[in-house]
Design a protein around this ligand. Structure first.
Ligand code: AMP
Length: 393
């Protein structure tokens, strides 16, 4: 069975075609600058890479070229070989608690939820429509980033704000990276052969979130109403006192939107290091004795430790801590700094085992009070798996 996993952004379209029997990626790629001058695509297949500048007026153009390429590169011989398409959707609101088949109501609901994810949901809608136009008979599924977190209790997802803001406008914690946290939960449950686990999943990429999971269900998560909340990130600030907004608006003569833009794009590791949002540059800076980089890394690590400690208590102890995404999978140093600060809970690393980058590995010491794993995430595969399951049902 062949399933295509799609992530449509406002000016981009990322795809992977999976052979589900082997979970092998047959072809993958990215269309960029859709609707903007200088549009192009990159495609990877069988060890080859193609990069070409082409005019892409809209998502429909990207989809047409993508499907033509699948045939001309002989990845498939006819479009009927694509058994299903899974679309990543950032926001499913409170009602979409799992992946669903695309119907006209589901597509309309995704568009309606644009209020909560203005940069993402309209683009996902365009992606779905573009594929429906060319492949009207191919079953399609949507996989929401928020869905996994909808098992949180009200006490955990509400903010202590006027209650009508929740009932009237949906102001609450939704959580994000759910597809990744769910994949990590699945992988670690398979590895240990049981589902009754207390897991703390640390998705540490350019964006980052920490999630507490009990018996396969999300109990709490660090991101909130938007992906701005929680831990320090590459360019996002994470949790801050919201009174800073009017204060700096007045000082700098900026609008609320401009301040939020600074919170999203000029803060986090970048804001503090004043150098880079990339943890590799921060680590290089630390080794050269750059004080801002040392400070940025320490704040980053402490913000993660704070959530792990909170969730340790909320879960009543922990069986497994997992690290995933760019930094979680590849930064040996960050993982070590985090776990060192958890020594009071008896959590210890095997420093040799921790020297792993981007591979599934157990990295806890034999006498650690809980297991610690590096688990490479694969949101595209999770989307394809959900699609296959729903189609087969
Ligand atoms: P992601 O958002 O999951 O793609 O993660 C991207 C981030 O991973 C980058 O911004 C880097 O900060 C980080 N990263 C990638 N490779 C490494 C590495 N070898 N060591 C440390 N951090 C890395």
């Amino acid at each position: 069975m062949k399933i295509m996993s799609i992530n449509a952004g406002s000016s981009s379209l990322k795809f992977s075609l999976f052979e589900m029997d082997t979970e092998e990626v047959l072809i993958s790629g990215l269309f960029e600058r859709i609707g903007i001058e200088g549009s192009m695509y990159t495609i990877k297949y069988q060890g080859n890479k193609i990069k070409e500048e082409v005019e892409l007026k809209d998502h429909g153009d990207a989809v047409k070229i993508l499907l033509d390429k699948l045939i001309s590169l002989k990845v498939i011989s006819s479009l009927e070989e694509i058994n299903g398409i899974g679309h990543r959707v950032v926001h499913g609101g409170a009602n979409y608690t799992k992946s669903v088949m695309v119907t006209s109501k589901v597509a309309e609901d995704i568009l309606k939820l644009s209020d909560l994810a203005p940069l993402h949901n309209p683009a996902h809608y365009l992606g779905i429509k573009a594929f429906q136009e060319v492949l009207p008979k191919t079953p399609m599924v949507v996989v929401f980033d928020t869905a996994f977190h909808q098992t949180m209790e009200k006490e955990n997802y509400l903010y202590a704000l006027p209650y009508e803001w929740y009932t009237k406008y949906g102001v609450r914690k939704y959580g994000f990276h759910g597809t990744s946290h769910r994949y990590i939960t699945k992988k670690i449950s398979e590895e240990l052969g049981r589902n009754d686990l207390r897991i703390i999943s640390c998705h540490l990429g350019n964006g980052g979130s920490v999630t507490a999971i009990k018996d396969g269900k999300c109990v709490n998560t660090s991101m909130g109403f938007t992906p701005l909340a929680g831990i320090v990130m590459g360019t996002r600030c994470g949790d801050v006192d919201s009174s800073i907004i009017p204060y700096v608006m007045e000082k700098e003569g900026k609008s609320a939107g401009e301040i939020l833009d600074d919170f999203n794009k000029k803060s986090g590791l970048l804001g503090i290091s004043m150098t880079s949002s990339d943890s590799r540059d921060i680590e290089d800076g630390m080794h050269e004795g750059n004080e801002q980089c040392i400070l940025a890394e320490e704040m980053y690590v402490r913000s993660i430790v704070k959530y792990i400690a909170q969730y340790y208590v909320e879960l009543g102890g922990v069986d497994v801590i997992c690290f995933t995404a760019g930094i979680g999978e590849k930064s040996v140093e960050t993982r070590q700094l985090i776990i060192e600060k958890l020594a009071v809970l008896g959590i210890k690393l095997d420093l040799e085992a921790n020297k792993v980058r981007g591979e599934f590995a157990k990295i806890s010491a034999k006498d650690s009070s809980c297991l610690v794993y590096v688990v490479p995430t694969n949101e595209e595969l999770m989307i394809a798996m959900d699609t296959m399951e729903l189609i087969n049902r």
